[in-house]
Design a protein around this ligand. Structure first.
Ligand SMILES: [Zn+2]
Length: 339
């Protein structure tokens, strides 16, 4: 079968791989139809992804078809279209036992820590599949990136009473906006990129789309919320300055959720943290129930998936075209590989 391997930073290669279709108990053989490209893939290509080794087959945002099932597979049948929950846990560590499969101690993310879906066929445990008879392969491949924002919103226990500031309007920030709107919260977005802000103004009913360089910024934030401060601040930047500033923006008694990750030490002023009695959370990956929630919302037509996919690439063209996706002028929100 055909595969595309990232052999070292900056270098994709076409490879022919053997297919061993003899399935173990609980396993399925899948045909890959769509692969979403994400920031993680771009970091890996640039050689900037932490805890990453080469060569590696990327691809963790997948729309797949079940073509064969092993013994003991109950949740899917041959012919099912599925999304893949790529957070594999082989042990039953403390977090996994309590249902936190998104942050197990020994988690292995398919397409990041182990070879993923940039190939014609994959074998995996059926329990990581989420089927939908109604959704297209493209929609199914979009569920994983959407689930990151969905999980962060669920973690914050947001309600329609909340005033939510989302910082960073890249794909993860956009998915956070999407699910905050589904919770009927009042939502404002903040970014330094004027085009991204314009995209948000055009596509979401927002309380504000705030230029992060505005001065005084806190007044612009208050203006979005009728003079109040946001009860929940969701940071999707991974930028330590932005993350630090969230302590100033959040309302007294409010919550901060760090979705973006910063590779280093992070400090804050404790008297402010205490004075406001802030709740600070990290959000990592997502859960099977987030996948199920999104499938339900998509099947009901409550998420406009047409908004997300800005670029489509044929599988064989990916090695040549990948670098162009990294350029800001390409204006990628989500690129889909088709095979
Ligand atoms: Zn991703």
């Amino acid at each position: 079968m055909k595969a595309i391997i990232l052999s070292q930073p900056g270098q994709f290669e076409h490879r022919q791989l053997d297919l061993n279709p003899s399935l173990n108990s609980g396993e399925v053989l899948l045909k890959v139809h769509r692969i979403g490209i994400c920031g993680t893939d771009m970091h890996a290509f640039r050689g900037k992804q932490p805890f990453f080794s080469y060569p590696r087959i990327l691809g963790h945002e997948l729309g797949v078809e079940v073509i064969e099932i092993g013994n003991e597979v109950k949740n899917v049948s041959v012919g099912d279209r599925c999304s893949v929950e790529p957070y594999f846990n082989f042990g039953r560590d403390q977090a996994v036992k309590s249902g936190k499969t998104n942050c197990g101690e020994n988690i292995s993310v398919f397409g990041v820590h182990e070879d993923g879906g940039m190939r014609e066929y994959i074998r995996m445990q059926a329990r990581y599949l989420h089927p939908s008879p109604k959704l297209s392969y493209e929609q199914l491949a979009l569920i994983e990136p959407l689930s990151i924002g969905c999980h962060a919103v669920n973690r914050s226990q947001m309600s329609k009473e909340d005033k939510v500031l989302v910082i960073g309007a890249g794909p993860i920030g956009l998915s956070t906006i999407q699910f905050s709107k589904i919770k009927e919260a009042k939502v404002a977005v903040m970014d330094i990129n004027e085009e991204r802000l314009e995209f948000c103004r055009e596509n979401f009913d927002l309380a504000g789309a705030i230029q992060a360089k505005s001065d005084p910024l806190i007044e612009h934030i208050r203006n979005a919320f009728e003079g109040d401060l946001p009860t929940i601040v969701m940071d999707a930047t991974g930028n330590p300055h932005s993350m630090k500033n969230t302590f100033d923006y959040v309302a007294f008694g409010g919550k901060i959720v760090f979705i973006g990750l910063f590779q280093g030490d992070f400090t804050f002023f404790d008297p402010l943290f205490h004075r406001k009695e802030i709740t600070l959370m990290a959000s990592r990956n997502s859960l099977g129930k987030d996948f199920k929630q999104i499938i339900g919302l998509m099947e009901q037509g409550l998420i406009d998936t047409g908004l997300w996919i800005t670029h489509r690439i044929a599988f064989q063209d990916l090695p040549e075209q990948f670098e162009s996706l990294l350029l800001p002028e390409t204006k990628v929100i989500k690129a889909m590989v088709e095979l």
